[in-house]
Design a protein around this ligand. Structure first.
Ligand SMILES: [Ca+2]
Length: 244
């Protein structure tokens, strides 16, 4: 926000700068303000300033505050006529091609993605399913937080019945784990102790959930729901701008 035109200083050397904000009928945070500046652009009769001060560059990082994942919770999208709008899935042979959005696989209920295996020996083949969203636009250099609600449904990982889950952003691993419990929702994603991942390059970017299973046929393997990518900061921890 900058003043639309220059203001001529009159009436002495001591002045006041005020920001006046009016609001009504709204509960919650109303505005944020920072980095006030006031610069002399010229002297009387347009005389040039001896040592002009350039307008400061914004000290914050312009980024959206919303979740950057589209259709994060697998809701029905009437425009696309599917609950898998913006998502794609590919898989190894043990996974059923009916692995898809089911109305009991969501957190805490409702729609979520279900991966499950086919019957008999075909369902025991060591296989990985890839649940993916492409074309995610993120400002370059953004420091990111990732999460997904994940619910392992099969028995835990063992040497002869492998079970692992990996969340990736582009080609970077956000988190990887081998579930040991089942039928429990966990928030799976960035860990505060690990270095935060950043958006490198101009994008667009991809989010990928990889779930490997082996040895467990004709079984629900996992539920996944409510994916999230949020911008925490700009490069070197620069704070995010609050844009109106
Ligand atoms: Ca959901």
């Amino acid at each position: 926000m900058t003043s639309p035109s220059s203001i001529l200083v009159t009436g002495g050397n001591s002045h006041t700068l005020k920001l006046r904000v009016e609001t009504a009928g709204y509960q919650g945070a109303t505005f944020a303000a920072d980095d006030f500046y006031l610069i002399v652009t010229s002297g009387p009769d347009g005389a040039a300033v001896c040592n002009p001060t350039p307008a400061p560059t914004p000290s914050c990082f312009a980024a959206p505050s919303a979740n950057l994942v589209k259709n994060p919770g697998f809701n029905y999208d009437p425009a696309f006529e599917t609950s898998m709008a913006y998502w794609s899935v590919t898989q190894g042979s043990a996974y059923s091609t009916n692995s898809w959005v089911w109305d009991y696989a969501g957190y805490p209920s409702g729609n979520g993605f279900l991966g499950y295996t086919v019957r008999e020996d075909a369902g025991k083949v060591d296989s990985t399913q890839y649940l993916r969203q492409d074309n995610i636009d993120i400002p370059q250099g953004a420091v990111l937080d990732f999460s997904v609600y994940f619910n392992p449904q099969r028995t835990g990982n063992t040497a002869d019945k492998p079970f692992s889950v990996t969340l990736k952003f582009d080609d970077q691993v956000v988190r990887s784990s081998t579930p040991t419990v089942s039928n429990t929702w966990v928030v799976f994603g960035s860990t505060p102790s690990a270095p935060r991942l950043s958006a490198t390059g101009s994008g667009p970017h991809s989010l990928l959930l990889e779930v490997r299973t082996g040895g467990v046929e004709n079984a629900d393997i996992y539920f996944a729901d409510d994916f999230s990518i949020k911008v925490l900061a700009g490069p070197n921890g620069q704070r995010i701008c609050y844009t109106p």
